[in-house]
Design a protein around this ligand. Structure first.
Ligand SMILES: Cc1cc2nc3c(=O)[nH]c(=O)nc-3n(C[C@H](O)[C@H](O)[C@H](O)COP(=O)(O)OP(=O)(O)OC[C@H]3O[C@@H](n4cnc5c(N)ncnc54)[C@H](O)[C@@H]3O)c2cc1C
Length: 137
């Protein structure tokens, strides 16, 4: 499958359940407000089609910060799609890995042997499951 087959815009999904969705990145958190407001807020910058670059303060009662993992290729010298290994940890990485796998399979069909090494970065990497899945697939 291509990335377009497995990705979709979130706004419509949230609209259905009455949640206000803002396509933006959080730049700073002000848990105690500022000199002009005592309410806590998050400074965001819009990244979607509608108002790219526009900044806004979004006040909150409760904040859940769920920005996901940071891919830490730097923890292992030589690791990473820009260096000596491939990754399946984002849609664009997975697409690149699939293209390389396809090329290798083509070469194997022509009689060339290939050795595959599948693994995770280092002892504290939390996504070993994906590596096992990939090996078994
Ligand atoms: C190849 C692969 C296979 C996996 N298979 C499984 C599986 O089979 N079962 C399973 O349970 N888990 C699986 N996982 C793990 C699972 O995908 C993650 O644990 C889960 O997606 C984490 O969810 P999350 O909401 O915490 O973070 P994410 O899904 O990473 O979401 C974080 C979001 O925050 C956004 N964000 C980051 N910074 C900012 C910012 N400053 N402002 C605004 N937004 C921001 C990101 O763009 C992203 O959309 C797999 C992961 C991979 C890579």
């Amino acid at each position: 499958m291509e990335p377009e087959d497995v990705t979709f815009e979130l706004e419509k999904v949230y609209k259905k359940i009455g949640v206000i969705f803002k396509q933006a990145k959080a730049i700073a958190i002000y848990p105690e407000g500022t000199q002009t407001t005592s309410k806590p807020f998050v400074l965001i910058e819009y990244t979607g089609r509608d108002f790219p670059g526009k900044k806004e303060n979004v006040e909150y009662d409760y904040l859940i910060n769920a920005t996901g993992p940071k891919l830490n290729f730097e923890a292992t010298p030589g690791l990473g799609p820009d260096k000596n290994s491939l990754s399946v940890c984002s849609a664009s990485h997975a697409k690149q890995a699939a293209q390389e796998l396809k090329k290798t399979i083509e070469n194997m069909k022509k009689g060339k042997n290939a050795v595959f090494l599948v693994g995770t970065g280092h002892g504290q990497a939390t996504c070993q499951g994906a590596a096992f899945e990939y090996a078994f697939i």
